[in-house]
Design a protein around this ligand. Structure first.
Ligand code: FPP
Length: 255
């Protein structure tokens, strides 16, 4: 049955059990482009449109947070033209889409080490983050020059520095302290991770934060990831039994 218009959340989904935070690995842009006979960059351009539509969809369906993996610490190893294209694309999109996103109530933030990015892109990032800081409809977070291992290393260094300065005792280091030093500090962990294009890997994405997330993999290439595919991912998510390491009472051996 596929007769929804998808403007609002499909009624067979339980609105009380929607994921509160969805993380996406937007994979398959290059293969999508190749299949159409286009250069790889055309796939990224179309992938950016897909992402914009997904942000709107999260707002329309009542999903309050979305985090997208736009550029990993490993992506610098791609051909220079592709890296340059992606950085220019991020900057252009921020400039073009900021007013509409702000109007829609989207709060934009970034995770990753932004220090090696071109100054003009960093300026657009700062502008977008500042302009949308008080928006409440959807928290849209973009991972740029992000890698989980680098994030955890960075957190360890900051914590070690506090220990060296005597402001933190080693025995006081706990999960909350580590969480406070991650780029995602203050944002609830994702409930659902979606990866497109048939790849079944995490690729150094949110390794700490995805500890209890449900995973959904689809063969669809990212540029073709539309509301119908998202709906399917949410249907699967709602079929899962999230136990967080516990057992259900009727399944336990007690009594
Ligand atoms: C992976 O597909 C995709 C990327 C590395 C880039 C994703 C970026 C966008 C969709 C643009 C988003 C824009 C903003 C502002 C966040 P791939 O190139 O690895 O595809 P392949 O595996 O088929 O080669």
């Amino acid at each position: 049955m596929n007769n929804f218009d998808y403007d609002t959340c499909p009624t067979d989904l339980d609105s009380d059990r929607l994921p509160q935070h969805v993380a996406v690995i937007m994979d398959g842009n290059g293969r999508w482009a190749k299949r159409q006979g286009f250069p790889r960059i055309a796939g990224h351009r179309q992938g950016a449109r897909t992402l914009k539509n997904l942000v709107h969809c999260c707002k329309d369906w009542g999903i309050p947070a979305l985090t997208a993996y736009a550029f990993s610490t490993e992506n610098w190893r791609r051909p220079l033209e592709e890296v340059d294209f992606l950085l220019v694309l991020f900057e252009r999109l921020l400039r073009q889409e900021l007013a509409e996103m702000d109007h829609e109530g989207v709060r934009i933030s970034f995770i990753g080490d932004l220090s090696p990015l071109p100054p003009s892109l960093r300026r657009e990032i700062d502008r977008a983050v500042l302009a949308t800081a008080n928006n409440q409809a959807v928290h849209f977070s973009v991972a740029v020059n992000y890698g989980s291992r680098a994030e955890l290393t960075h957190a360890c260094r900051q914590i070690a520095e506090q220990v060296r300065q005597g402001t933190l005792q080693p025995e006081d280091i706990n999960e909350q302290v580590i969480e406070q030093h991650l780029y995602t500090s203050g944002t609830p962990d994702p409930d659902l991770l979606i990866r497109s294009s048939g790849e079944l890997r995490l690729s150094n994405y949110l390794l700490w934060q995805l500890a209890y997330a449900e995973f959904y993999f689809t063969d669809v290439f990212w540029p073709d990831f539309d509301r119908a595919v998202f709906y399917k991912a949410l249907q699967h998510y709602q079929m899962r039994d999230r136990r967080y390491g516990t057992v259900k009472l009727q399944q336990s051996y007690a009594g």
